[in-house]
Design a protein around this ligand. Structure first.
Ligand code: GLU
Length: 478
């Protein structure tokens, strides 16, 4: 049988990092086995519906290269792939389940209308001796025909312990007593998650269900539904949550970054994907940098980890830096360009990109790193004092006065030529290279640390601006 996995996001309007990681593991389980990856939109909780949210799901998956084989936009043999379009199916199966003894019609929930949501209140229904459970089926059907609103509630008739196997957590035992007879079909005819996931996974012939470990405790309920229908349950792969720290889950609601937030902060989608692949999975060796294609080749679910992983932004930033350095100069320049909007047009942007690429870890560092190119920030002359470079204000003034006429007469404005030129100024005047280069760099930037050295900055700024800044620095020091 072909491996079939599905990503089943609810359209919330953003791509949570944990969800994207689940999608990635689903994708990799399918693709490492020549299988199909299916996209299904779980929009039965209409209260949570957000306009445009499905688009964000499509865009994110496409952006990281996780293409789906079947889904709402491209169709497939098991559609529709949006739950709200499958409404009649759920009702049909819910009635069937009642006939099979796996569920019952319940009329009393109507008194607390609005309560039977996906989060169905377990306290209310644990060991609930639902009076409706004892209404003879014929009588219940007659009431439904007469137009009385109803819900379909699951029957938990078994006693003892349910045991099932999970790829990550091994054998899991849960007492049937702990399960609630929750709502499967709501009074509006829409299913709860607890019902829809089983019906859809079965009808779509999903072989491996990958989802957060918060679903472990409900899995025996799903297995009872599979059993009542005489269907085979899928292979379960429950994954631990992505944590912000030892106590807290990473959560968009608490202001933690979503995939889009990270991209907006200058992280490359490929780096984010690589980083989250390793949040809960390891290749069994020391390798850390993987493209999606490489992951497809070496992924195996037996290396999924059951202890929760902490999202470490420092590590992601480091990895993002590796990805930035791996880009070709053209690719980097193209990405960096959109961060140059506030800089003067006289700047040599290609030279700037060449200076930045080896030095930054996220694209969002660009505005801060380059602000001095638009305007030299206020700085104290004490900045010229540098023990290591053996410079002080007097030496700086002397250096800049020596450099100015030479730069004025320099025609070949390249890093190499400028560097040789300034070195010879040092040599001719029995000064150290640093005693020339350091003051020039301060004069051009007004900053102690800069992306690039003196001559690189001169190239980025161009001759006119460089001379202007050197003259201004001389004035300031005089
Ligand atoms: N719609 C569910 C969620 O977003 C999917 C869970 C599952 O994969 O079954 O959490």
């Amino acid at each position: 049988m072909k491996t079939r996995t599905r990503f089943a996001p609810s359209p919330t309007g953003y791509m949570h990092i944990g969800n994207l990681r689940t999608a990635l593991y689903e994708y990799l389980i399918a693709k490492s086995d020549g299988g199909d990856f299916i996209l299904r939109i779980e929009d039965t909780d209409q209260k949570r519906y957000v306009e445009g949210a499905t688009d964000i799901i499509y865009k994110t998956l496409k952006r990281v290269g996780m293409n789906w084989d079947e889904g709402p936009d491209i169709g497939g043999n098991y559609g529709p792939y949006v739950q709200s379009e499958r409404k009649p199916l759920y009702a049909e199966y819910a009635h069937k389940l009642v006939e099979l003894g796996g569920a019952h019609y319940c009329f009393c929930a109507q008194k607390e209308e609005g309560k039977e949501t996906d989060e169905d209140t377990p306290e209310a229904h644990i060991k609930l001796k639902d009076p409706c459970k004892h209404i003879p089926l014929d009588e219940a059907k007659a009431r439904i025909s007469a137009g009385e609103p109803f819900v379909v509630r699951q029957n938990i008739n078994k006693k003892g312990t349910s045991i099932f196997h999970d790829v990550v957590y091994g054998d899991i035992e849960i007492d049937y007593d702990e399960l609630d007879e929750g709502v499967l079909l709501k009074s509006d005819g829409l299913p709860t998650y607890n019902f829809a996931n089983v019906i859809d996974d079965h009808l779509m012939q999903i072989t491996h269900v990958v989802r957060g470990n918060e679903y472990i405790s409900s899995t025996p309920k799903y297995n009872l539904i599979y059993e009542a229908f005489g269907w085979t349950p899928p292979v379960y792969v429950h994954v631990p949550p992505v944590m912000k720290d030892a106590q807290h889950k990473l959560s968009k609601r608490n202001g933690d970054a979503s995939f889009q937030d990270l991209v907006a902060k200058g992280y490359l989608p490929e780096a984010i994907l690589n980083y989250i692949a390793l949040l809960g999975w390891n290749p069994g060796d020391e390798r850390e940098i993987f493209s999606l294609q490489e992951l497809e080749k070496c992924f195996s679910s037996d290396r999924l980890n059951k202890s929760p992983a902490i999202f470490d932004i420092t590590k992601l930033t480091w990895m993002n830096g590796c990805y930035i350095r791996n880009l070709s100069a053209e690719e980097f320049h193209k990405l960096a360009m959109s961060y140059y909007a506030d800089l003067p047009q006289s700047i040599d942007f290609a030279a700037l990109s060449a200076v930045l690429q080896p030095r930054i870890d996220t694209l969002a560092q660009i505005p801060e790193e380059t602000a001095f190119l638009a305007e030299v920030p206020e700085y104290a002359n004490e900045l010229y004092l540098n023990k290591k470079m053996k410079t002080d204000m007097d030496i700086a003034l002397k250096a800049l006065c020596l450099v100015l006429p030479i730069l004025e007469n320099t025609e070949v404005w390249t890093n190499e030529n400028l560097f040789e030129t300034l070195k010879s100024v040092a040599m001719d005047n029995m000064m150290k290279n640093g005693q020339i280069l350091y003051p020039v760099r301060i004069a051009l930037s007004g900053k102690e640390t800069t992306p690039g050295g003196a001559t690189e900055l001169a190239c980025v700024l161009g001759k006119t601006e460089t001379l202007k800044r050197v003259r201004k620095a001389i004035e300031k020091l005089s």
